[in-house]
Design a protein around this ligand. Structure first.
Ligand code: SER
Length: 342
């Protein structure tokens, strides 16, 4: 039992969770970290947290148990089914991605009511919240702003876009007609991430996965068939910059934030440019193209790049890695080490 202000991370066994836990454990002092995931937490993460709960965000009794035991004042709600996986099981995706998020917002609201302070709530949205109608419009539009093209073509994108609105509702308008309003107990902050590439982990079930899969396969000496055309372009970011952005946004004074949802970008290479950089690092890499029309259609509906000027001016978003340094200084050296000489 800990009544110290605590942090709860859902989806903690996923890609962002893995990177976030190690940074939080360093930055957090003795603030307990509690995690919740359907999958057991990897052992290197278990060592860094107070309690790793294996279970579902749909299990209200489990959430009530955490609520009774900890004084959570910060939630990182990372649990979700990613975009490709969600197209195979749309109803399940809606359950996990939307009902799960509603449960976590209710959890945060109740926590805030019980200890009287707003609960900071981080929510990762995605470029999947956009839906561009054609390749011609995508090419012409270049960097898109947060409020443009909010017409996603996937269940995952629709889930993310709606949960952005749910978060804004809990943060700004909760129970506005109730006699005694309990508003303002959830301080919801959201980033729309580009495709993320980590040297430590490989994602599963996403549609931007071609970039990380290609790099990890090359390092392991395995052939890889890229499932999108060489000219396909979407924004990407190195995982350390994604975690940095989460820290910057969560540390920003609320008065500085002009929005609840922010685009962030770093670099936006075509698939052919990624292949070229992977080949120069791993000259023996066997990379071919085998287009999956459905996944191609999804990526074609995502923007070629994002306008992240609001994140830069409101809370100092500033990725450390551009395309060259993300590969040259982070991904290639760390991945080579990981696969021992790959
Ligand atoms: N990168 C994720 C995916 O491809 C989107 O958030 O599903």
């Amino acid at each position: 039992m800990s009544r110290k202000p605590s942090v709860l991370i859902t989806g903690a066994s996923g890609e962002i969770g893995h990177a976030l836990i190690s940074r939080l454990a360093k930055a957090n002092g003795d603030r307990p970290i509690v995690t919740l995931d359907l999958n057991p937490l990897p052992p290197e993460s278990v060592a860094l947290v107070r309690q790793a709960v294996t279970g579902s965000i749909l299990d209200s009794a489990l959430l009530d148990g955490i609520l009774a035991q900890y004084e959570v004042d910060r939630v990182y709600h990372l649990a979700a089914l990613l975009s490709t996986r969600s197209e195979f099981s749309p109803a399940l995706a809606h359950k996990v991605n939307v009902e799960g998020t509603l449960n976590m917002l209710e959890f945060a609201q109740k926590q805030g009511e019980s200890h009287g302070r707003p609960v900071s709530f981080f929510y990762p949205s995605s470029v999947a919240a956009f839906g561009l109608p054609s390749l011609a419009v995508k090419t012409k539009s270049g960097k898109v702003k947060e409020d443009e093209f909010n017409v996603p073509t996937t269940m995952y994108g629709a889930n993310k876009l709606y949960c952005e609105h749910l978060g804004r509702y809990y943060s700004r308008h909760y129970k506005q007609l109730a006699a005694e309003t309990q508003s303002g107990k959830v301080d919801f902050r959201c980033i729309r991430f580009p495709g993320l590439i980590s040297a430590e982990t490989v994602p599963s079930g996403g549609t931007s996965d071609y970039a990380p899969e290609m790099i990890h396969a090359a390092a392991e000496g395995k052939p890889y068939a890229c499932f999108v055309r060489p000219d396909t372009r979407i924004p990407f970011m190195a995982m350390p910059d994604a975690v940095d952005a989460i820290f910057r946004l969560m540390d920003a004074p609320r008065t500085k934030l002009t929005r609840t949802i922010y685009n962030i970008g770093a670099f936006a290479p075509s698939a052919a440019e990624i292949v070229a950089v992977v080949r120069s690092a791993f000259p023996k890499a066997e990379i071919t193209t085998k287009v999956d029309e459905k996944r191609q259609g999804i990526v074609d509906s995502w923007p070629a790049d994002v306008d992240d000027s609001a994140a830069r001016s409101d809370w100092g978003h500033q990725p450390a890695y551009d395309f060259a340094s993300a590969f040259g200084e982070y991904l290639i050296p760390s991945i080579k080490k990981r696969y021992a000489g790959g």
